[in-house]
Design a protein around this ligand. Sequence first.
Ligand code: USQ
Length: 382
Amino acid sequence: MRVLILGGDGYLGWPTAMALSEAGYDVALVDNYFRRNACVERDLPPIFPLLTLHERVALWQQLTGRSIQVTIGDITNFDLLERVFQTFKPEAVIDYAEQPSAPYSMLGPREAHFTVRNNLCGTLNLIHAVKRHAPDCHIIKLGTMGEYGTPNIDIEEGWLEVEHKGRREKFLYPRQAGSLYHTTKIQDTDMLWFYVRTWGMRVTDLMQGPVYGMITPQIRRDDRLATCTNYDEIFGTVLNRFLVQAVVGMPLTVYGKGQQTRGYLNLIDTIACIRLAIDHPAAAGELRIMNQFTETMSVNEIAARVCQAAGQMGLNPTVNHLVNPRKEAEEHYYNPTHNKLTALGLQPHLLTDAVLMEQLAFIQRYRARIRDDIILPRTTWA
Ligand code: USQ
């Protein structure tokens, strides 16, 4: 099957590309290097040195004999996306090509505008490219659990049956995001739902929680295949940040009370979920929404788990409760449903000491590259 990955150079895109290529899918990538360029511009180097995307696919071919096509370009440019669709004719497309950072979207007007334009125009172009050149192509869109926010009722998988004055209707589950980035994901979902209703497209919207980890079977083969893993306050996600902080001996940066609870998953499970979505496509005219995480944890629990695993390696991290730079509930109810991917066959890789220790050991090998000055939060929601 021909699978096009938009955002194929990123933290999730590149490991997904290798895993699908190894599994026999015909893979093509598009990426505009936003993440790399933003890291250079803001001086936020990732943990591991990164080959360019062309060098990565050349190394992949040398190691496996498998080829992956690359286009460096911006999907908000419709002509470019159209050319890729005309030549590659994808049967499934995975859209990771979004500005993915909540703090980045809150930096100021320039970054807010970029986030809105990049995320919404990218989605719109994708919809039009599919309609025009590959109407049967299955769109697999990365949404986020953050679309739902932290409501005081159970979170369903995408939809809610509402009874009102004796009549019933099914709606998209109410959404209330905690950052501009998360708000663009809500808007993406709304746009996809409109075009599913209007043009009968097949769409899967994966409401993913924060992903952790930096090791996949393909990356284990050769460090040069490592993915773009950030630990700074803008692009680093919480668990990866805590792992790096444990390695460098900085207190773990818990924001506020630390009772903020989210649904987390291992990078390996992100890839497994994507593969399940590809192999079990949504029907034409269906917006299928699946909640993509394997276990819920509070920030305090994550910090405790990292401390415990790090302790077994002779590291002794401590925990520091910082004033929360974000506006978010620090104590709240959280009970999201996540049955659909399990029903398709997902076998979760849960957060164990062994998983944490493997990541810590990997980071330790790159200890000299880690800069303590980019770790503390500076971006506020205020
Ligand atoms: N947090 C800390 N300390 C830190 C960093 C974060 O306590 O040093 C807290 C945050 O306040 C938040 C939680 O950890 O309550 C998660 O923060 P995060 O930075 O790991 O994740 P978030 O900003 O929510 O965004 C990440 C990805 C985004 C994805 C989202 C899924 O960057 O692309 O959509 O996770 S979700 O959180 O479910 O919306």
